[in-house]
Design a protein around this ligand. Sequence first.
Ligand code: AMP
Length: 397
Amino acid sequence: MFSPATHKEILPGSTIGILGSGQLGRMLALAARPSGYRIHVFSPERDTPAGQVADLEMCAAYDDLDAVRAFARGVDVVTYEFENVPANTAVACQQFAPLRPGPQALHIAQNRLREKTFFVENGLPTAPFAAVHSLADLHNGLAEIGCPAVLKTAVSGYDGKGQIKIMHPDEAAAAWLAAGQVDCILEGWVEFERELSVVAARGLDGRFAHYGVIENSHAHHILDVSQAPADVPTAVPAQAIEMVRTVMEALDVVGVLCVEFFLTGDGRLLLNEMAPRPHNSGHLTIEACITSQFEQQCRAVCGLPLGDTRYRQPAAMANLLGDLWFSQRRETTGGRAETQRKEPDWTAVLRLPNIKVHLYGKREARPGRKMGHLTALANSVDEAERMVREARALLGN
Ligand code: AMP
């Protein structure tokens, strides 16, 4: 049985176990390998983005607790790259290895209602919200919060999935049906000026490090472009960073965590959501910072000193979605819409100085699926943003 006292520092050469095997696990593995760590990944799938670069890809269901225990026995620490790790899986891991961040962070981050309640209990501002467990709750919530509002399923929604915008109280019944009549949160619609995020890390010794404020723009609810440092009023970064420190201390997080914020026109920061893991908006730290968010995750979960988070240069990142692998729909002579598969024009982008291409090794491109990203470094954040958008446009579509 794992004893916390004997697991203070998990030194290079040890084995890191990752629950989940997507791109975040892949980038953690790639960041941990240079300092000699071995990587084992656990997920229900094979030939995964993380599995392709790991020492061991264990394939089993998350609720196969015998398999989870066998996995945890073979590693020195367990971390995760998605927050919907079932509670039983987390407990099974903890019998044999430290789980970092711990189960409290998972418990809060798995449920939007718990998350917003936790923020408010810790004195952190959010959009007005109400718990919705029935159509009657939704009517009451709309009367209290007003329209427009957004109804979100409390669990397993991401990238805008499970979200319904409500413009008028008459739409309540349809929205409740569309949400699947499951536990939801109703939030007041925020006319934000900008969306921001802070990625930060907290060590086993309680030390805290952050990557400043990153500015994000979304398309169809999916992160599209991130840029850092964010061009925001001078008081904003310190406030946002202190809020993230509050979150991490309250949850005793050991690892990396990201908080997403709305910045309103009158300069207020509202917390939207958090993820107790590296975040898509922090991918630009791979090239831009002395220590990337993934190396930092490795250091933090292994109980090592945190690395220097300073930026070498302003940076911008653009996501590459599966849509890039398909040409625009065209009307055929018979009047039917048609999509055609194509390969993005990689050589056009690889010719550009200061653009880095990341692909996650996913075999199948699907519209909306995150397949990779581009990062640009430049002398100003505006220039980096322009470069990364132009580079992505060269890929086609
Ligand atoms: P989420 O899954 O909560 O991060 O939502 C995805 C995106 O939907 C956010 O990044 C925002 O662009 C938008 N969004 C979510 N909640 C709200 C809200 N209460 N007000 C305005 N926009 C929102």
